[in-house]
Design a protein around this ligand. Structure first.
Ligand code: GDP
Ligand code: MG
Length: 246
C-alpha cells in the first residue's frame, strides 16, 4: 500500500490548456476517488482556470507566466501547508495516464521521488534527434548522482513524498528545464532517494505542445548548461525530517 489517495495532492501545471484540462481533471478524479487536484493556471489567456474549476479542481491562478517550475513551487507550498503526504505532478494535456498514479504512490514507501519514466519499456513514445541524445547524457550523469539507474530525467510525471515536499516547497528550480533536471539533482544531493517506474505516454488530447521544433533543437545546449548550473550550486540543506532520523 502506498500513500493514501486522501493524503495525495495532484498538481497540474497548465498554460493555455482549456481544450484538454477539463477532461484531464475529470478523468483523474474519476479514476482516483478522494483525490484533490490543484491546477496551477500560469497566466493563461484562454479560460483554462474556468474549465479546470468546472471539472472540480482547485485552481491557483498566477497573475503572469512563471513557467512549470514556478507553478510547481506553488503546488508544493500548498501541499506542505495543508499536510499532504504526497504530490503527484500530472500534465494538463492528457499525456500522463492517471491510472498509473497508484503505481507511483506504491514506490513512495521506499523512495522520496518516483519518476514515471517514458522509455522504460512501456508504450511507444519516441524522442528523436538532439532531444534524445541530450536525454541520454543527462540520464547517465544524473544516475551517477542518484546512485541508481534513471533513464528519463526530463519526465514531468512524478510523485514526491513528505521529505521531497518539504525540500521543494522551500526550493524548487524555476528556470527553463530546471523543474525536471535540476530538481532531481537538488534532491539527490540533499540526500533524498529517487527511482523510476515504466509508464506509457499518451498523445496530447488537444491544444499545442509548448516545445516547438526550434526549442527542441537548442535543447542539448541548454540542458547541459542547466546541469552545469545545478552542480555549481551549493548543496541544499537536508530537510528536518532527515536530520531527525539520522
Ligand atoms: N504552469 C505552467 N505550465 C506549463 C507551461 N508551459 C507548459 N506547461 C504545462 O506543462 C505541461 C507539459 O507541457 P507540454 O507543452 O505538454 O510539454 P511536453 O509534454 O514536454 O511537450 C502541460 O500541462 C502544460 O500545460 C508554463 O509556462 N507554465
Ligand atoms: Mg505534453
Amino acid at each position: 500500500m502506498g500513500t493514501a489517495l486522501g493524503q495525495t495532492l495532484i498538481v497540474m501545471p497548465a498554460y493555455n490548456e482549456s481544450q484538454s484540462v477539463g477532461r484531464v481533471v475529470s478523468e483523474t478524479r474519476a479514476i482516483l476517488p478522494d483525490i484533490t487536484v490543484l491546477v496551477v493556471d500560469d497566466g493563461s489567456t484562454d479560460g483554462t482556470a474556468d474549465a479546470a474549476r468546472a471539472a472540480g479542481a482547485l485552481v491557483a491562478t498566477l497573475p503572469f507566466n512563471l513557467g512549470v517550475g514556478g507553478a510547481m513551487r506553488v503546488g508544493f507550498r500548498y501541499a506542505a501547508q495543508h499536510g499532504y503526504r504526497a504530490v503527484v505532478q500530472i500534465d494538463a494535456d492528457g499525456q500522463h495516464d492517471p491510472a498509473t498514479v497508484t503505481g507511483l504512490l506504491d514506490r513512495l514507501e521506499d523512495y522520496d521521488i518516483v519518476i514515471g519514466a517514458r522509455f522504460a519499456g512501456e508504450g511507444a513514445y519516441v524522442m528523436s534527434g538532439p532531444r534524445r541524445w541530450a536525454s541520454k547524457v543527462l540520464a547517465w550523469t544524473i544516475s551517477r548522482t542518484a546512485g541508481t539507474k534513471l533513464t528519463d530525467t526530463t519526465s514531468g510525471f512524478r510523485a514526491s513524498g513528505p521529505r521531497a515536499i518539504e525540500l521543494f516547497e522551500r526550493e524548487y528550480p524555476a528556470e527553463y528545464l530546471g523543474d525536471t533536471i535540476e530538481s532531481l539533482v537538488l534532491a539527490c544531493r540533499a540526500g533524498l532517494t529517487a527511482t523510476q517506474v515504466p509508464t506509457a505516454m499518451r498523445d496530447r488530447s488537444g491544444g499545442a505542445p509548448s516545445h516547438s521544433p526550434l526549442r527542441a533543437a537548442v535543447y542539448l545546449a541548454r540542458a547541459t548548461l542547466a546541469l552545469l548550473f545545478a552542480y555549481a550550486r551549493p548543496k541544499a540543506v537536508a530537510p528536518r525530517t532527515i536530520e531527525a532520523t539520522a
